[in-house]
Design a protein around this ligand. Structure first.
Ligand SMILES: C[S@@+](CC[C@H](N)C(=O)[O-])C[C@H]1O[C@@H](n2cnc3c(N)ncnc32)[C@H](O)[C@@H]1O
Length: 378
């Protein structure tokens, strides 16, 4: 079993705090906590955590989505334990959802890593919950407790949607972007994604994958210009996918939404069957507050397998990230299409396989291994 994340370790050390109350776990990364807690159900916001829980604890009631579960999904739940996300707005969103689910006086525990903002959350809690008090600390984490003091009559996801306009090419109508708390660059778009959009080609047909789509701006701009494009939007975050669905709806577009934490996890999706003509991405390099290159690395090592022959990869990234070397390893080349002092746009094409009359002898494995060239770009 994987090592538990520090907040989960603190939860296990403090399990007596929760008594026998059946808990609704919210945003819980580690299925390993289940053996020590009285778990009534889990509300997932992260597709990777959800997959881990479903594999390890298939009998626990589970719900994935930006919409909270209903009490009929988790009828026994009498209190909640929330692994606080790093975004304050998302933490407040979760508390509102719990206020609509549970009555006054319900216990809510909040746990998180010190560097993730839990130390200051008590200053931001609304009056609709009691003041949070410290229950325990350890494992570089903090466990807080509060109670619902004012219930919320009804929770509407629509109340949290924020809309902005993105103006792409001058001849195009602005795209309506929908965003939600916790979505990247909330509520608009960041400079890196804007740079990629300035350089993406006009794609007239084919299948496109927007990997790590957030609210879907990259795919939706392409699809708005060519509505017949088949676009798949993949993200790990339930909040991002809900925002993306609303971006598509607001612009009368249709796409395939995929909740997954990697290309491998999405492999069985119908839209993956025939490969993509284009993959566009602004890949993440964080998991929560921690820097994490593994997602981008894995994506760049695998993406070639999901492109059709002649298919194109278009990526934007902060310039310090080692993506060009990885792209070069995977594709044999990497073109830097644009850059400024912070971001760069990279492009690679999956080489077209030519039919050769006589098959050349394959080189020994060691010499086939392509060494990454040292990059001179600064
Ligand atoms: C830099 S943002 C880009 C979002 C959007 N494409 C844009 O340009 O605004 C990276 C996105 O990666 C998502 N993400 C993080 N880890 C992921 C993973 N393991 N698999 C898929 N998406 C992931 C995040 O939820 C976030 O939406």
């Amino acid at each position: 079993m994987q090592a538990l994340q520090p907040p989960s370790q603190l939860v296990l050390r403090q399990q007596q705090q929760f008594g026998q109350q059946p808990l609704l776990l919210v945003n819980a990364p580690d299925a390993g906590v289940v053996s020590e807690l009285n778990v009534a159900g889990v509300w997932h916001l992260h597709a990777g955590y959800a997959a881990q829980w479903q594999a390890q604890q298939p009998h626990v009631a589970q719900h994935f989505g930006a919409q909270p579960p209903s009490l009929t999904d988790v009828p026994a739940a009498a209190a909640a334990l929330v692994w606080l996300p790093k975004e304050k707005a998302l933490s407040l969103f979760l508390l509102d959802a719990l206020r609509a689910l549970f009555p006054v006086g319900t216990d809510i525990w909040l746990v998180g890593e010190n560097r993730g903002g839990i130390k200051s959350i008590h200053k931001n809690l609304p009056a609709s919950v009691t003041a949070a008090h410290k229950v325990a600390n350890g494992n570089h984490s903090l466990l807080l407790h509060c109670q619902i003091s004012e219930p919320l009559a009804q929770f509407e996801l629509a109340d949290y949607l924020v809309y902005t306009d993105y103006q792409g090419a001058a001849e195009q109508a602005p795209l309506t972007l929908a965003s939600l708390p916790g979505v990247f660059a909330f509520p608009s778009i960041d400079e890196g994604s804007a740079m990629l959009l300035q350089h993406l080609p006009r794609i007239s047909h084919g299948r496109v994958l927007d990997f790590a789509c957030g609210h879907g701006v990259l795919g939706a701009v392409l699809q708005q210009a060519q509505p017949q494009l088949e676009v798949s939007y993949l993200d790990v975050s339930a909040m991002a996918l809900a925002a993306c669905a609303e971006t598509l709806r607001s612009n009368q577009l249709q796409g395939h939404l995929i909740a997954a934490d990697s290309l491998t996890a999405a492999n069985k999706e119908p839209s993956f069957k025939h490969g993509f003509n284009y993959v566009v991405s602004h890949p993440p390099f964080h998991t929560g507050t921690a820097t994490d290159y593994s997602i981008g690395q894995q994506f760049l090592q695998q993406v070639n397998q999901h492109l059709c022959q002649g298919g194109e990869l278009w990526v934007v990234a902060n310039r310090f990230l080692p993506w060009p070397e990885l792209i070069e390893q995977a594709f044999g080349h990497c073109e830097r299409v644009a850059h400024d002092n912070k971001f760069a746009v990279y492009k690679a094409i999956k080489s077209v396989r030519r039919a050769s009359p006589s098959k050349p002898k394959s080189a020994p494995a060691a010499s086939r291994q392509r060494k990454p060239r040292q990059r001179q770009w600064q």
